[in-house]
Design a protein around this ligand. Structure first.
Ligand SMILES: Nc1ncnc2c1ncn2[C@@H]1O[C@H](COP(=O)(O)OP(=O)(O)O)[C@@H](O)[C@H]1O
Ligand SMILES: [Mg+2]
Length: 406
């Protein structure tokens, strides 16, 4: 995990030197600061703080001060105890240390503890918990929602477009849908618009990825108030867009739009994974059929290794067939988790919506499908007073890819 910045508060120059060189050797960038008072001001800009302090102020005091400051509360703190006595360890833990390491320790232990803390911290950051000024942990507003399926034709774009449209109805001109199904994206078709510019044009102008207002001019405005950043016009242009571009575009969009929906299509590559990283909520669409279910479980298995997508995943079962092939409970058993929303089959509604380019939530707002899609949009953005379960309850559900259960 290179490039993480670590603040080392160490009053002993020799120990400071040793710890710094071990961590630098692992690719971390280390700021060594022997003075605990001076260090205090630097802590907030680092990703991890190591406290190894002897003298009049104990390490536990320094730790307690960091913990008492709301802006620093989410930063992981590793304390070095000078003995391996239980009392000293407890003093550190009571002061709010996330981990304690007793002297003497070797380089491998230091490496393992630092890595584990950074990983834990990254996870909780991915869940977007922030600390408000009064020190109370709140779940950050959900602003980016990604929609994905490892299999085509299951309704990914239908879900993405309707979720975005329902959001735009709540907030006209403040919601954008980004078509990152880069080769053959059909968001524009679903909306019957003819974009003058696409993502291929955006990435040609460096400033557009940096300047929110300029980026906005690349979006096509739908009459409803939904804005669209369209996919390139052909597969030959898809490769122009890199994972780095996606990072910059999704970041910059949040400076000018309130909410972003990303149709990531079916292709899993670094670009899709970056979109998942940006999203606070990832909707996975599956239909009740063995191949779709198998590819979804393979994807879950794959993503499970990284561990950051699972807690923000929501499954949508889209009944694209007139006959029941797999039951809801078979699908849930296969996925190993609950389906949040089931979309009903309809022989005409969805087809008509695509053919006419009028999403269901606009064209047939009273249909069950529209009702469910609107609910899904609220759920994904945690809008309209939808209660978002806290991290702890998400964890409780158990299993490797443990997800929210409703
Ligand atoms: N629940 C459903 N019942 C019937 N047809 C559906 C349903 N959901 C989607 N469709 C149709 O399936 C086709 C594929 O949908 P689309 O959203 O473009 O899928 P994807 O983006 O996954 O390829 C479209 O013609 C759409 O109208
Ligand atoms: Mg699609």
């Amino acid at each position: 995990m290179p490039a993480s910045t670590i603040l080392l508060i160490d009053t002993d120059p020799a120990f400071s030197e040793t710890i710094s060189s071990v961590l630098s050797g692992l690719g971390y960038s280390v700021t060594a600061q022997p003075d605990p008072d001076a260090a205090f001001a630097q802590a907030a800009t680092h990703q991890l703080v190591i406290i190894d302090v002897v003298g009049e102020r104990s390490g536990a005091d320094v730790c307690r001060e960091i913990r008492a400051t709301a802006s620093m509360a989410p930063i992981p703190v590793l304390c070095v105890s000078q003995t391996d006595e239980v009392e000293e360890r407890i003093r550190f833990l009571e002061a709010g240390a996330d981990d304690v390491m007793a002297r003497p320790f070797d380089a491998r232990e230091l490496e393992a503890r630092v890595e584990a803390l950074l990983l834990r911290f990254q996870r909780s950051k991915d869940q977007r918990a922030t600390v408000s000024s009064d020190g109370i942990t709140v779940t950050r507003k959900r602003r980016t929602v990604a929609v994905h399926s490892p299999k085509g034709g299951v309704g990914t774009s239908t879900v993405a477009v309707n979720v975005a449209m329902a959001a735009a109805q709540r907030k006209p001109d403040q919601v954008v849908i980004v078509d990152l199904d880069l080769q053959f994206g059909q968001v524009a078709t679903h909306l019957n618009i003819d974009p003058a510019q696409t993502l291929a044009d955006v990435v040609r102008e460096d400033a557009a990825m940096r300047e929110p207002e300029l980026l906005r001019t690349y979006a096509t405005k739908h009459d409803s108030g939904l804005h669209v950043l369209a996919a390139p016009t052909g597969p030959e242009l898809a490769d122009l867009i890199t994972a780095d571009h996606i990072d910059r575009i999704l970041d910059t969009l949040l400076d000018t739009y309130d909410q972003v929906v990303v149709d990531t299509g079916t292709w899993l590559d670094e670009r899709t994974l970056r979109s998942f990283e940006h999203a606070e909520s990832v909707l996975f669409v599956v239909n009740p059929e063995i191949a779709a279910l198998k590819s979804m479980t393979a994807l879950i298995e794959y993503l499970g290794e990284a561990g950051t997508v699972a807690p923000k995943s929501t499954f949508v079962l889209n009944n694209t067939f007139g006959r029941e092939i797999l039951k809801l409970r078979d699908v849930e058993a296969g996925l190993g988790t609950k389906v949040a929303i089931e979309l009903p089959y309809d022989p005409f509604l969805y087809l008509k919506a695509v053919n006419e380019g009028v999403p269901i939530v606009l064209g047939a707002p009273r249909s069950v499908a529209a009702e469910r899609l609107t609910k899904l949009s609220s759920l994904a953005f945690a809008a309209d007073g939808v209660v978002v379960p806290q991290e702890a309850s998400e964890r409780k559900s158990g299993g490797r890819f443990s997800l929210r259960r409703r």
